[in-house]
Design a protein around this ligand. Structure first.
Ligand code: DOR
Ligand code: ZN
Length: 367
């Protein structure tokens, strides 16, 4: 049965011996405002997994070598667009802030079409050995970001702190930035703690925060509570049930400051299942289905005649809040969310995804 155009459509689903009516929903095609696509032979596969579900994505620059100059940024965008030519997909480009970036470098990157600059503290995560030691040394570059209205995306961890306290230890730096650059739009990426949610809520509307699908469903128990599961290892590390609950409350609240950034970060199986496993969870093919399950569970309210509350809140988180923060034009195209159980593959292109070999209750497809 085709989905109803106002988003209420219904589909018959067999549930055990009973036949029940379950709704199918239409949403604008969503945006992923934090994505890793890597370089080289695997880029095309990863990019297509995302383009099959999302219309736009903010592509992270922590490749090797990094995307830190205008020529690299233009070339990386060209490669992504070429890989995704079968889809209406727009990569939004970011660049990696380098210790030697000054105002002139920022202007050149803005002229090349960068919509965001990414700050990685040195040693905080994958490919950040060349990151920034002291954010204050970059204030002239940050001044230029503010002038050009380029968004500053923060990997908000202080790598010198204990691993579970790194995000909380970074939060005073965020407050300093907001005070010093009142017109600069800032995104605190992949928030992982109740502390971060609380602080973001106290800050002006120039500050937003992305939340991943994996931080909404995993805690430290899923990483090390039983046998070690390296496929749940990411930075920032997943934390306590209270932290996860605070993230879920923020994501499902409709608060416009919180929006989806998958931080989908593919590492091949051998680079995860080894003595020094890489940080990153691959979620591109499953994230929307996982989010649908979370929102359905956490937002049981009735909503209005058009859509249940959980679908409206999911739409805000996935399709509206981030696009509004980034001032993007309306999405072109739609996504259908169908109540169709499916088995997540054990691997995509030799990368083990979140929920590998598990069943999900919702299936998302672009139409
Ligand atoms: O888990 C992560 N993986 N966190 C990051 O900040 C980077 C990412 C990656 O590039 O693998
Ligand atoms: Zn990331």
């Amino acid at each position: 049965m085709p989905p109803h155009s106002d988003g209420v459509g219904a589909a018959l689903q067999i549930d055990g011996s009973a036949v029940c009516l379950k709704a199918m929903f239409r949403l604008p095609v969503p945006d992923d405002l934090h994505l890793h696509l890597r370089q080289g032979p695997h880029l095309a596969n990863y990019a297509r997994d995302t383009a099959a579900q999302f219309g736009r994505a903010l592509v992270m620059p922590n490749t090797r070598p990094p995307i830190s100059g205008p020529a690299a940024l233009r070339e990386y965008r060209r490669q992504i667009v070429t890989a995704c030519s079968a889809y209406a997909f727009e990569p939004l480009m970011s660049f990696k802030l380098a210790p030697d970036h000054d105002a002139q470098a920022v202007h050149a990157l803005a002229d090349a079409g960068a919509v965001a600059a990414k700050y990685y503290p040195r040693g905080a995560t994958t490919n950040s050995e060349d990151g920034i030691e002291d954010l204050r040394t970059l204030y002239p570059a940050i001044e230029a970001l503010q002038e050009r209205d380029v968004i500053l995306c923060l990997h908000g961890e202080d790598p010198s702190a204990f691993c579970l306290s790194r995000e909380t230890a970074f939060l005073p730096r965020l407050e300093e930035l907001v005070n010093r650059f009142p017109r600069l739009r800032i995104v605190l990426e992949h928030v992982s703690t109740a502390d971060a949610v609380r602080v973001v809520r106290t800050l002006p509307q120039t500050v937003g925060a992305t939340i991943t699908a994996h931080h909404l469903v995993l805690t430290l128990d899923d990483l090390i509570g039983d046998l070690l599961n390296p496929h749940h290892f990411c930075k920032p590390v997943v934390k306590t049930p209270d932290d996860r609950n605070a993230l879920r409350e923020a994501a499902t609240s409709g608060d416009r400051r919180f929006f989806f950034g998958s931080d989908s970060a593919p590492h091949r199986r051998a680079d995860k299942e080894c003595a020094c496993g890489c940080a990153g969870v691959y979620t591109a093919p499953v994230a929307i289905a996982v989010l649908a399950g979370v929102f359905e569970l956490d937002c049981p309210g009735a909503g209005d005649a058009e859509q249940p509350l959980w679908v409206r809140r999911l739409r805000a988180f996935l399709c509206e809040n981030g696009a509004a923060f980034y001032r993007l034009p309306p999405a072109r195209g739609e996504l259908v969310l169908a109540p169709e159980e499916w088995l997540v593959p054990a691997a995509y292109h030799d990368v083990v995804p979140l929920m590998a070999a598990k069943r999900l209750r919702w299936r998302a497809s672009r139409v």
